[in-house]
Ligand binder design. Structure first.
Ligand code: GDD
Ligand code: MG
Length: 357
């Protein structure tokens, strides 16, 4: 038997992050702070832990912002390459577009991650299952699958009793099962070459249904470990809390016993309280008696005395006036909230926008 090359990975990270606006107006969602570090650091650390040595980032939106933050991968002992799509090619087109950066061994295993999923599932186990095959037959693609309560926002993936994928229906109003695509695939290397090059292709709407219809062996890897797509402000802030409080296992950072991660360069008044899994990034200033719970305060944000911020994201450089009240709010970069203003729950304030009482 010839030796298999080590597994490689691709992170598809070219989406606009529309549901995370205004936080994504000036940066890709994949670099937003979750648990105190740019989101992709969780995924890169996990891949490194699973034995991956080479990771390719498929980028498009704000592509030049990735390398200055993540570098060449040496921090994690991996080689990190960046491949740019001038025009976004869709999830399938993005995967096909990085083929030239991957091994050309047709039997290589390529792990593909949606770049916005925080997951504790057993990646090494999924890889072993992929390589084990089924009844002497090689697996073409393995899909990590999870159960959700409402499957409408996801790819719905029914399987048979042996775990073989029967269909793939992306975002339907009437999902036939609550078992959904969790956004971690393992492709055999030669399957990637079956995707049309230089073409906009959706892996969910075209490639997966096509592979199943062609009788390819697509299998599900069902897991119940921690899993969350961080694609909305509510999910981002929940994921960040989960990392800080240790509910979400990640090799990228340690959980914090005090219940909050505060950057050493931040200035927090002694009478202020910061807890509930909050993250306070660099150069943030929090004044007297402010109460911060379950929130993310990004670099350089300023919080006035007596302000109350709960389950919210305060973007870089945003200013919250004294006694203002924010609940499940999202403030874009440099937004300002006047003194004593109470925002309606779930409110979003654009970059640079001012709200007065
Ligand atoms: N390079 C590149 N080019 N990346 C892209 C493109 C593109 O044109 N379009 C989307 N992406 C990336 C996004 O940046 C993200 O990391 C990933 O592909 C998935 O896109 P989302 O926009 O986050 O999709 P979704 O959350 O609605 O649905 C996907 O994830 C669900 C699980 O979280 C689908 O894969 C569903 O089937 C799945 O259930
Ligand atoms: Mg998503």
């Amino acid at each position: 038997m010839t030796e298999l090359p080590p597994p490689e990975a691709v992170i598809v990270a070219g989406g606009f992050g529309t549901r995370l606006l205004p936080l994504t107006a000036r940066r890709p969602k994949h670099l937003l702070d979750v648990g105190g570090v740019p989101f992709l650091e969780h995924q890169i650390a996990r891949l490194a832990e699973a034995g991956v040595e080479h990771i390719v980032l498929a980028t498009s939106y704000q592509a030049d912002m990735f390398a200055p933050v993540l570098g060449d991968g040496s921090r994690w002992g991996v080689r990190l390459d960046y491949v740019l799509e001038e025009e976004p090619l869709g999830t399938g087109g993005a995967i096909r577009n990085v083929a030239g950066a991957l091994t050309d061994d047709p039997n290589g295993a390529v792990i593909i991650l949606n770049g916005d999923v925080l997951s504790g599932h057993d990646l090494a186990g999924q890889l072993a299952d992929f390589r084990a095959g089924r009844n002497g037959r090689r697996v073409d693609v393995s899909l990590h699958l999870v159960e959700v309560e409402d499957a409408r926002a996801f790819g719905c993936v029914p399987t048979d009793e042996e775990g073989r994928v029967l269909d793939f229906v992306e975002k339907s109003d009437h999902p036939v099962t609550n078992q959904v695509n969790a956004g971690c695939y393992i492709f055999r290397r030669d399957i990637i070459d079956t995707i049309a090059p230089d073409t906009v292709v959706s892996v969910e709407r075209e490639t997966f249904p096509g592979l199943v219809a062609d009788g390819r062996l697509v299998v599900g890897f069902v897991e119940t470990a921690y899993w969350r797509d961080v694609g909305t402000p509510a999910a981002l802030v929940a994921a960040s809390r989960d990392v800080v409080l240790g509910t979400a296992p990640t090799p990228a950072v340690d959980a914090v016993e005090s219940g909050a991660r505060v950057d050493p360069s931040a200035s927090v008044a002694g009478t202020a309280t910061v807890g509930g899994g909050s993250v306070v990034m660099a150069d943030v200033v929090i004044e007297d008696a402010a109460e911060i719970s379950g929130s993310v305060l990004m670099t350089g944000a300023r919080i006035g005395a007596g302000a109350r911020i709960t389950d919210s994201v305060v973007g870089p450089g945003a200013v919250v006036g004294e006694k203002a009240v924010l609940t499940e709010a999202t403030l874009g970069d440099d937004a300002t909230i006047g003194a004593s203003v109470t925002l309606p729950a779930g409110e979003r304030v654009d970059c640079g926008e001012a709200r007065e009482g």
